[in-house]
Design a protein around this ligand. Structure first.
Ligand code: DGL
Length: 270
């Protein structure tokens, strides 16, 4: 048993979609979340910058004595091999567990991947899937307008602007006859209904936050590190920019109110 918290970080608040899943599988765990709201987005930055930011994010979480680090950010997860040796505790990104789940889900061997431009150009998902099963065909598409849409509250599938943008990005993937689509970015599960409306019911949507939360739960279990308490865990939220307005947008990602319990830190100190 281990009462230390699980650390989760993301470039901003999008990683709360993974925390939401984590809370549903492991409600008794203590969680420390860091969202780098002062430097978001990461998705259009260079690999060097993403790595430098990620190391600082992980250092901050380690200063909170976390037992496991979950890199909820699809963009950081895409360069995670370059972070080996940077963590003193076990860690996982979203790519491996999500790719494994997509490989299990596909029946026709045709998988689509959507993510930020950095995630798609790294080909992280494509390489991971092909390593698991070389006969699977992977089709990728970056969707850079999805993050700003979500962050500005444009999420309804019935909103013509949302539907048009989603359709514009996904039409080509749809024509590839994929039966499984990886939502490889923190924000995309919020657009699930619109994505599903465009892709149709026959395409299975894989949520990277959910798959990673499931994987983290099994990892902790395997290592005998689950928090055995029967009380609801304590959750702490940290950001690198203003805390005002945090609860509104956090509520959207987390699906529940977290009140004003959020603290600002100077990430450059880590
Ligand atoms: N969290 C990022 C990801 O999942 C999306 C936002 C960003 O570009 O930083 O890739």
């Amino acid at each position: 048993m281990s009462f230390e918290p699980i650390g989760v970080f993301d470039s901003g608040l999008g990683g709360l979609t993974a925390v939401k899943e984590l809370l549903s599988f492991l409600p008794n765990e203590n969680i420390v979340y860091f969202g780098d709201t002062g430097r978001v987005p990461y998705g259009n930055r260079s690999k060097e910058t993403i790595i430098r930011y990620a190391k600082q994010d992980a250092n901050f979480l380690q200063s909170k004595n976390v037992k496991l680090i979950i890199v909820a950010c699809g963009t950081v997860s895409s360069v995670i091999d370059s972070l080996n040796g940077s963590f003193a505790v076990p860690f996982t990104g979203v790519v491996k567990p999500t790719a494994a789940s997509a490989v299990k889900a596909t029946k026709n061997g045709r998988i689509g991947v959507i993510g930020t431009t950095a995630t798609i150009s790294s080909k992280s998902y494509k390489k991971e899937i092909e390593a698991l099963n070389a006969s699977i065909e992977v089709f990728q598409q970056d969707c850079p307008l999805f993050v700003p849409l979500v962050e500005n509250g444009f999420i309804s599938k019935d909103d013509p602007i949302v539907f048009m943008v989603v359709k514009r990005y996904l039409q080509k993937l749809k024509e590839k006859d994929i039966d499984t689509l990886i939502m490889g970015c923190t924000h995309y599960p919020i657009l699930r209904e619109a994505i599903s409306a465009v892709m149709g019911d026959n395409v299975t949507l894989i949520d990277s936050g959910r798959e990673t939360a499931l994987y983290a739960a099994s990892l902790l279990k395997e290592n005998g590190q689950l928090n055995g308490s029967n009380q609801a865990g304590n959750n702490q939220f940290f950001v690198s920019d203003r805390v005002e307005g945090f609860s509104n947008i956090a509520g959207l990602f987390l699906g529940r109110d977290i009140g004003n319990d959020v603290h600002r830190i100077n990430i450059e100190e880590y």
